[in-house]
Design a protein around this ligand. Structure first.
Ligand SMILES: [Zn+2]
Length: 371
């Protein structure tokens, strides 16, 4: 137990620990990195280290995982389960539960303010609650910590309300924000935080972590999870592999049919399957993006990294040869219009078919450009 159990990004971990040892923790820290890399886990660990009351520990910037405080904080280690429980509780409280700021608090000086509701949004009520709560001194005499995961899931009004707390935080405040999409945050939010970046972890380390956690039937599955999650341990662990692979098969078929202008009957079958599953939009776009990235790199090996969908090289190469690098790049760029369509509630089937049909002309223009 302790920081040594954190997978990868040791520079970031050591930086945090040294800031803590020197009592130089800033008032607001933004942990930025891909989903499932461990931003929230690291925030939890730091918080445990701050409140750990184990007098046997030899390093101030460490936690035991066993004392009363460590165990209380650990109640929210599984954030998704904690949010689900808190939402259920809130439903019982009022007829308009969504106006109540969702907060998860197991320790007097630690509060988790997660995005919530059907749209998984950070509420303006949560930002107001934070401002109010910051005016109270910490009960422990140490710090008052607020964890705000996925801060990109916040509209401008909520972000502006949050800014007030970031502008003049009291000396005991520690706001731990996380994001997988730093670019979409308001610059005023970013500039008031100290940003620490977290990068994908070597696949071999992800595999070892999965093995220790008892995830994956065999080494082959663990390697596949590590590759598909692009070196994000949490994502590799949580991934519903069977479901992921079935979505990926449909998307591969869609790319192939669209690019080669063949097998449109098969294409419709796959888009129908995808829309019937009510696949979560973000997930779908993520899988599609990872396929297109691989297609873009498979021939050029431009980024020198192993493929994410390393178990399907033949299919990827086939599509790459049809589309060409320019076509693959254009297809990646057109993902944003697919996303816009889907967010505008255009039916998923129609939006996906339009995307597939748009691939063939990309190929033609790529060919034209070459001549
Ligand atoms: Zn402890």
């Amino acid at each position: 137990m302790g920081f040594e159990s954190f997978i990868g990004n040791s520079n970031t971990v050591e930086l945090l620990r040294s800031m803590m040892t020197k009592q130089r923790l800033p008032h607001a820290i933004l942990l930025s990195g891909p989903a499932g890399i461990g931003k929230y886990t690291l925030a939890q660990m730091l918080t445990k280290a701050i409140f750990c009351v184990n007098d046997q520990k030899h390093n101030a910037a460490e936690f035991c995982g066993e004392c009363r405080n460590c165990r209380l904080i650990a109640l929210a280690d599984d954030r998704h389960a904690a949010v689900e429980r808190a939402e259920e509780e809130r439903e019982k409280l009022s007829r308009r539960p969504r106006e109540i700021p969702l907060r998860i608090q197991h320790h007097a000086d630690l509060c988790l303010l997660p995005p919530n509701g059907p749209l998984r949004h950070f509420q303006i009520e949560q930002a107001r609650y934070l401002k109010e709560a910051l005016t109270f001194l910490p009960a422990s005499g140490r710090k008052k910590v607020f964890i705000l995961p996925e801060v990109e899931r916040m509209d401008e009004a909520a972000a502006n309300a949050l800014l007030k707390s970031l502008e003049e935080p009291p000396p005991y405040a520690l706001l731990l924000l996380t994001t997988a999409s730093e670019a979409s945050l308001l610059p005023t939010i970013r500039s008031r935080c100290v940003t620490l970046w977290m990068a994908p972890v070597q696949r071999q380390h992800v595999c070892e972590f999965l093995k220790r956690s008892g995830v994956g039937a065999d080494q082959r599955e663990r390697e596949l999870r590590a590759a598909l999650s692009n070196g994000c341990p949490g994502a590799a662990q949580r991934m519903d592999l069977e479901h992921y692979l079935s979505v990926r098969e449909s998307l591969l078929a869609l790319l192939h049919a669209g690019a080669s202008r063949r097998d449109f009957a098969g294409l419709f079958r796959h888009t129908q399957n995808l829309s019937r599953e009510k696949e979560r939009l973000e997930n779908l776009l993520r899988v599609l993006y990872s396929l297109l990235q691989d297609i873009l790199h498979i021939e050029t090996k431009a980024n020198g990294e192993p493929l994410r969908n390393a178990d399907r090289p033949k299919e990827l190469l086939q599509i790459a040869r049809i589309l060409g690098p320019a076509g693959a790049a254009a297809a990646t760029a057109s993902l944003s219009s697919l996303e816009r369509n889907l967010r505008r509630n255009v039916s998923m089937q129609i939006a996906l078919e339009a995307f597939a049909v748009s691939l063939a002309p990309l190929r033609l223009s790529a060919v034209r450009d070459r001549h």
